[in-house]
Design a protein around this ligand. Structure first.
Ligand code: SF4
Length: 221
């Protein structure tokens, strides 16, 4: 099937790096008989379509792929990195599945495949199972609402969670949802017990919290 990506869509992609979350095993090294969901191959096809379309248009859109590591997926890291490199995506990023902090022992091999045109990122700090948030409020969500089909959520971790649903684009515009009392109330009541310790916006939150905090001494920056 041919996918026609509109110019508008590609322009949007230039603002937001396109991230495809893949936490599934790579086909060539799957044990025989293992079932792989059809969606996995759809995503791989679309990844190629995106790259082809980017190249055809001469766009400088960045296309990256996230790979979630776990005991189950770690054996496929090297093959997956090779796969992405051949497919000409711009980068592959390795980070842990939530709750599985197994250190990916193949990471060095993957990092060695990086070139000027193909980056390999390793979010090493996310493998700290002891980490606890020290800030008290999520300020970072302001920079990262998430639209899931037609519903808007606080952040990507709360997609599909009713109590963190900000609104529905079939009923209100994004501007109305964003400026609504409902959003304000939900944000005020974010319970960190519902949050992932090293969530996607954790670093942003840490930085914002540092900026808000008073320095130990006025002469120290
Ligand atoms: S998971 Fe992270 S980004 Fe989402 S609300 Fe919690 S602290 Fe904020």
């Amino acid at each position: 099937m041919r996918y026609n990506l509109s110019k508008h869509f590609l322009t949007l992609l230039q603002f937001y790096q396109f991230l495809i979350l893949l936490g599934l095993r790579v086909l060539p090294i799957l044990p025989k008989g293992r079932l792989v969901p059809k969606e996995f191959f759809d995503i791989l096809d679309k990844m190629k379509l995106l790259v082809d379309d980017r190249d055809r248009r001469g766009s400088d859109c960045t296309i990256g792929v996230g790979f979630l590591t776990s005991k189950q997926t770690i054996p496929d890291m090297v093959a997956f990195t090779q796969f992405c490199k051949v497919r000409k995506v711009d980068y592959v990023e390795f980070r842990p599945f939530h709750g599985d902090y197994t250190i990916p022992d193949h990471i060095e091999e993957c990092l060695k495949m990086a070139t000027d045109k193909f980056k390999v990122y390793y979010s090493k700090f996310k493998y700290d199972s002891e980490y606890k948030k020290k800030y008290c409020k999520c300020h970072a969500q302001t920079f990262s609402g998430v639209i899931n089909v037609h519903k808007v959520y606080v952040c990507c971790h709360f997609r599909g969670v009713d109590r963190y649903e900000l609104g529905d684009l079939r009923e209100n515009t994004l501007e109305e949802i964003w400026n609504s009392d409902r959003r304000k109330n939900i944000i005020d009541k974010i319970d960190f017990k519902d949050c992932i310790a090293l969530c996607k916006l954790d670093l942003v939150n840490r930085t914002l919290d540092n900026l808000k905090s008073k320095p130990e001494h006025v002469n120290f920056i």
